[in-house]
Design a protein around this ligand. Structure first.
Ligand code: HEM
Length: 243
C-alpha cells in the first residue's frame, strides 16, 4: 500500500491555498507598490537636492527657502506625510518581497552561483538599510540639531520660523568624519537609485532588448546626477568653496 505524502505545506503553499490573493499579496503587486512608492521618494530626492544647491546662492537663498517651507504648514506637513507613507510602504513591501522569495524556495540550492538579479536584490536591501540608517542620523543632525562631537552650536528655527540652515550645514561639513558619513550615504543612495530605476522598468514590463541599453545608461546618468548634486554641498564646504 502506498503511504500518503504527509509533507507539511511550505509557508508559500499555505499562503497560496488559504488566502484569497489580493494584488498586494502577489510578487507583481508588491513590485508595483515598490515602483510607485520608489517614484514618490525619487521625486522627494530630486526636490531636496535642488533645494540644497541653493546654498551656492548664499545664506539668504537657502534660509529663505527653508523659511517658506516652515511657514507653510500645508506644504511642510503634506510633504512629510506623503514621505512617511511612501517610506513605510517601500520598506514593508521590500521585507514582504524577501519573505515571499524565501517562502517560494524553502530548500536552499545545492550549488548557488549569484546571478545578476540576486546580486542586485542583495545590494538593494543593503543600500536600502544604509539609507534608512543615514536618514535617522541626518534628521538627528540637521533637523533636530543633535550635534555632539561636531563642535558647534546648532541654530534651530526661531520663533518667526527663520532657520539658519546655512550656518548648520557649513559648520557640520567642516568636520571630516561628518562629510565622510554623507559621502558614503550618497554612494549607497546612488547605487540604490541605479538598481531601482532599472528594476522599475523591468517590474512594469517596460523592457525590450532594443531599449534595455538606453534604459541602463539613463539609470546610470540619473544616479550619477543625484550623487554629484548631493555631494556638491559637503564637498564644497569641506574644501572651503562655501564658508
Ligand atoms: C549632502 C546631502 C544632504 C544635505 C546637505 C541635506 C540637507 C538637509 C537639511 C539642511 C535639512 C533641514 C531642512 C530644514 O530644516 O529646512 C534636511 C532635511 C531632510 N533631509 Fe536632507 N540633505 C541631504 C541629503 C538627504 C538625503 C539623501 C535624504 C534622503 C534620502 C534626505 C532626507 C531628508 C529628510 C527626510 C529631511 C527632513 C525634512 C523635514 O523637515 O521633514 N536628505 N536635509
Amino acid at each position: 500500500m502506498r503511504i500518503a505524502d504527509k509533507r507539511e505545506p511550505t509557508e508559500y503553499e499555505a499562503c497560496m491555498s488559504t488566502r484569497a490573493l489580493s494584488l498586494t499579496h502577489t510578487t507583481i503587486g508588491k513590485k508595483m507598490v515598490m515602483a510607485i512608492s520608489g517614484l514618490v521618494l525619487f521625486g522627494f530626492v530630486i526636490g531636496h537636492m535642488l533645494g540644497n544647491l541653493q546654498i551656492f546662492l548664499g545664506p539668504d537663498a537657502i534660509n529663505g527657502y527653508s523659511h517658506t517651507l516652515h511657514s507653510t504648514p500645508i506644504l511642510l506637513w503634506g510633504a512629510r506625510s506623503t514621505l512617511l507613507v511612501a517610506i513605510v510602504a517601500h520598506a514593508v513591501t521590500a521585507i514582504g518581497l524577501v519573505r515571499l522569495n524565501r517562502a517560494a524556495r524553502p530548500v536552499a540550492y545545492v550549488s548557488k552561483k549569484d546571478v545578476a538579479t540576486d546580486y542586485a536584490a542583495k545590494t538593494m536591501f543593503l543600500s536600502g538599510i544604509t539609507i534608512a540608517l543615514y536618514v535617522v542620523y541626518h534628521l538627528a543632525h540637521l533637523t533636530y540639531g543633535v550635534t555632539k562631537g561636531l563642535g558647534y552650536q546648532h541654530l534651530p528655527v526661531d520663533k518667526n520660523n527663520w532657520p539658519d540652515v546655512y550656518h548648520n550645514v557649513v559648520h557640520s561639513f567642516q568636520v571630516p568624519w561628518c562629510t565622510a558619513v554623507y559621502v558614503l550615504a550618497q554612494l549607497a543612495l546612488s547605487m540604490h537609485l541605479y538598481h531601482g530605476a532599472w528594476s522599475l522598468f523591468q517590474s512594469l514590463g517596460l523592457n525590450h532588448e532594443r531599449y534595455n541599453e538606453t534604459i541602463r545608461s539613463s539609470a546610470v546618468a540619473v544616479a550619477m546626477a543625484v550623487c554629484v548634486g548631493f555631494l556638491a554641498v559637503p564637498i564644497a564646504v569641506f574644501f572651503g568653496v562655501v564658508k
